[in-house]
Ligand binder design. Structure first.
Ligand SMILES: [Zn+2]
Length: 858
């Protein structure tokens, strides 16, 4: 199978042949000589290649690790692809005209040949170290974060000093003299995951969104070819720092730099796996190549201060700053998913103003937005503004609850790890799937439901879990992962493998996740169907729900592992509170009911007002109005009540034999006093109750119901809050000029009101939010909010702007204390914090905000 891969000599021949046959497109340059005397070569690919260095460029490096052959192979295939399609594919033609591709197919030729011929698992180069061992890990030999190690035989030995190796010093020399490079991709294997660069501060960088989007857009291209999506991972604490890597060196030069870890094996079956990896990367690289120019100095600048201006249950308004120029417009992107693409699929708006309102959204749902400026004349686009996260508000009858997995009830159980299973709970990340040593492994996750009222009706639910980033977590293309809601009667001990593996399921939630979309570093979620919401609702009475995730149960021949690892946020491997599994539940409550009798019922005609409720037409054809009013003070306190439904019920006591077209409307009116016909005729109508009654209904139904529609409910709500009287008028209409037709309504007219107990107004804002430094961490403290309705505090950090919304940043804290540490933040970086107080709805207070300035003393 190795014969399908090109040797280094064959590769050089191929490159020089390509140069010869495509002299205007390809130029091969030698950039250095290895320890064993091989040429290190770089291919410049661009239309009119003599001018390649004048255009913005992308750098591709492959196989810096000897055994990771995909980079080399992909580069050669991509060069062929570009040569063949340069005049066929308009987007490629455009990219090749305006930009340049620099490709070093193999940055470690000595190691590559050693891996081919002698020891396929070789990683380093082939330098002879001073103590007689061989090899330096070239991807530890760059200067950023370089660590000098004494163990020269280590696989990650980084050499005597930065750039001690011919290969790294060659690429450094090239990058240092080519400031036109805007994007760099370093191809490795394995894991099907992207690792964008970071500054090891575990905080978002201004260009973090650009890197995530670039990878996510490549994912959309992969998905078209193989259905696969790679993980996108950057800087989740406590990730080990990689010392002296190429990626961080390029990034330090202002280049957007990404490592792509391709495939599930270093040297896979060419036909079965390698070809798929290559085929999916070609369109993805082509797409990325098209972005090169958008990161050049010719591109428009990034949008500033992109943030939320307003949110309600169905819309989000965003604002930003930009030095206004006529030729600029803005593209807005929205997704409900973590680290999603920004392309035609997710574009939701094109505007010229510095504001955008996104409408028709779903209540209590998380949305992510970003934006780029576009120059109408040149077509060039700016980098992306840092992502803004927002959750739409609740509708009037709704509540939500974010419930984190319960520590002691969350862990994994392994078939062959019975003795340790108990110790996995609350400590270890969740292993799910199968491997040779642990056997079958299932995750068990328990959530306490005691914060949800017994009479809750669950409207929607989502289950979020974070697949951890691990290069070693290799997922082959088989099997699926399912989330099941378990029958609690069917097991007694959550830490017992047999009990949990055989526990009865009440239902499988949402769709199974296929191996191809189980992506590291990207939050995964399952959405509950209406039926699944009912199953969850049934668990409320037992105050707890238990889920299981299980994966494949058998291994095909030749495979030894198919295991995914999910974060639980707890324990030494956990990423902290921000990474715990979450159950996100939107619910409403069963309605309370109240009936209000009418206080006044009268009939108003040209003859004046009389007692008793009648309406219709008098014998001259003039309208006769029915008038009735209700005392709303009998309803519960408006501050803690929401009216969810309302109807006027009236009963007619007479009927007509002859048919007519008369229809009756009810209006919500504002009149000071009602005594005369004029008072009514000049009435101020506030709102029609949304439903009308035809005269034919009078015969067929015992009672007539006038149901309040949304707008009249809002008007009713306002009247209730203002403590006013509800006044209604029954108005007859006809197109036929009816005479002498009066309906007599009985005196038992009632207002039927359904309502729920729900606080309307948020608590007051937190006061005296202060920063200090303690235990090498930033500490935030604030004053207690003195209100019985306090549910807790919520603290977020945003690296770019003041968070105006509780979702707009990294969650630092949620709970009842009046202080928290920000465990993973850096002292060196400016940032903004906001603290919110919330009640049981939850309504969130206005934010209390504070800026951390690295130059200030705390
Ligand atoms: Zn590697």
């Amino acid at each position: 199978m190795k014969n399908q891969y090109m040797s280094y000599d064959e590769s050089l021949n191929f490159l020089y042949e390509m140069e010869k046959s495509h002299p205007a497109l390809i130029k091969i340059e030698k950039i250095g000589t290895t320890y064993e005397g091989r040429d290190i070569v770089l291919a410049k690919i661009s239309k009119n290649v003599q001018r390649a260095d004048e255009k913005p460029a992308m750098l591709f490096t492959g196989s810096i690790h000897a055994r990771e052959w995909v980079g080399h192979e992909l580069a050669l295939k991509f060069i062929s692809y570009m040569a063949e399609n340069q005049d066929i594919d308009p987007s490629l033609e455009k990219s090749l005209s305006e930009s340049t591709m620099y490709m070093v197919p193999c940055l470690n030729p000595d190691g590559y040949e050693y891996s081919r011929k002698h020891f396929s698992f070789w990683r380093k180069n082939r330098r002879k170290n001073h103590d007689g061992t061989y090899g330096v890990d070239l991807n530890r030999n760059f200067s950023i974060g370089f660590v000098k190690q004494s163990n020269t035989s280590s696989n990650v030995y980084g050499g005597e000093e930065p750039f001690s190796e011919a290969e790294t010093s060659a690429i450094k020399g090239f990058v240092d003299t080519h400031e036109n490079i805007t994007l760099a991709f370093d191809y490795h294997s394995q894991g099907n995951v992207f690792f964008p660069a970071h500054k090891f501060m575990h905080e978002a960088e201004l260009d973090g969104t650009d890197m995530n989007v670039l990878c996510a857009n490549m994912n959309d291209e992969f998905a078209k070819v193989t259905g696969r999506k790679y993980g996108i991972h950057r800087g989740k604490p406590p990730a080990g720092l990689i010392s002296g890597s190429g990626r961080e060196y390029y990034y330090s030069k202002g280049i957007i730099a990404v490592v792509a870890e391709v495939g599930t094996k270093n040297i896979p079956d060419y036909m079965k796996s390698m070809s798929g990896s290559i085929n999916e990367n070609i369109p993805a690289l082509k797409m990325a190549f098209g972005e090169v120019i958008n990161y050049s100095s010719a591109a428009p600048s990034r949008v500033d201060e992109f943030t939320i201006e307003g949110v309600d249950a169905s819309s989000v308004t965003l604002v930003w700053k930009y030095e206004q120029r006529d030729e600029i417009f803005f593209e807005l992107y929205r997704s409900t998913k973590d680290k999603d693409a920004c392309n035609e699929r997710t574009k939701v708006g094109i505007v010229g103003e510095n504001t955008f309102t996104d409408r028709d959204l779903i209540s209590s749902t998380n949305y992510h937005y970003t934006i780029r400026a576009v120059n109408k004349n040149s077509g060039l686009k700016s980098p992306f503004a840092p992502i803004v996260k927002v959750r739409t508000a609740l509708e009037e009858g709704e509540f939500f609850k974010l419930i984190f997995a319960n520590k002691s009830g969350t862990g994994y159980v392994g078939e062959n790890t019975q003795d340790q299973n108990r110790s996995h709970f609350g400590q270890n990340s969740l292993f799910v799937g199968i491997n040779k040593s642990k056997g079958i492994c299932d995750a068990v996750m328990s959530f306490d439901l005691d914060g949800i009222p017994d009479n809750a009706i669950i409207k929607s639910a989502r289950f979020y879990i974070y697949p951890m980033n691990r290069v070693a977590a290799k997922i082959e293309k088989f099997g699926e992962w399912n989330l099941s809601l378990l029958e609690q009667e069917s097991f007694s001990e959550v830490t017992d493998f047999d009990e949990m593996e055989n526990a009865q399921t009440k239902g499988v939630i949402g769709r199974a996740i296929q191996s191809s979309s189980l992506t590291q570093g990207i939050w995964n979620h399952w959405s509950f169907s209406r039926h699944e919401c009912k199953l969850l609702q049934e668990e409320i009475s037992s105050k707890k729900v238990v889920f299981r995730i299980d994966g494949p149960k058998t291994l095909p021949d030749g495979e030894d592992s198919q295991m995914m690892q999910f974060d639980i946020g707890y324990g030494q491997f956990g990423g902290g509170i921000h990474y715990r599994p979450i159950l996100d539940i939107k619910y409403t409550l069963e309605n309370e009911k109240i009936k209000l009798p009418a206080v006044i019922l009268s009939t108003i005609s040209r003859d004046g007002a009389v007692e008793g409720l009648n309406s219709g037409f008098d014998n001259e054809g003039h309208r006769v109005y029915g008038y009735l009013n209700f005392d709303l003070s009998q309803l519960p306190d408006p501050e803690s009540t929401m009216i969810t439904q309302c109807a006027l019920r009236i009963r007619n006591t007479n009927k007509f034999k002859k048919k007519s077209d008369v229809r009756y409307y009810v209006e919500l009116v504002e009149v000071d006093a009602v005594g005369t016909y004029e008072d009514i005729k000049n009435r101020e109508k506030i709102e029609y109750i949304g439903y009308e009654v035809a005269e034919s209904d009078l015969n067929s139904k015992e009672c007539q119901y006038f149901k309040f529609d949304t707008l009249s409910k809002i008007a009713l709500d306002k009247i209730h809050q203002e403590g006013k009287t509800l006044k209604l008028v029954i108005k007859p209409t006809s197109s036929l000029g009816m005479k002498d037709r009066i309906v007599e309504w009985s005196s038992d007219a009632e207002l039927l009101v359904k309502y729920i107990e729900k606080r309307r107004k948020p608590l007051v804002a937190v006061e005296n939010l202060t920063l200090s430094k303690e235990n090498k961490m930033i500490k935030l403290s604030w004053d207690k909010v003195q209100d019985k309705a306090l549910g807790g505090y919520y603290v977020v950090r945003n690296s770019f702007h003041t968070p105006r919304h509780f979702m707009d940043g990294v969650k630092i804290y949620g709970g009842n204390d009046t202080w928290t540490y920000d465990n993973f933040s850096s002292f060196e970086k400016e940032k903004y914090y906001a603290a919110f107080a919330y009640d049981n709805v939850p309504n969130f207070s206005e934010p209390a905000t504070i800026k951390y300035n690295p130059l200030e003393k705390y």
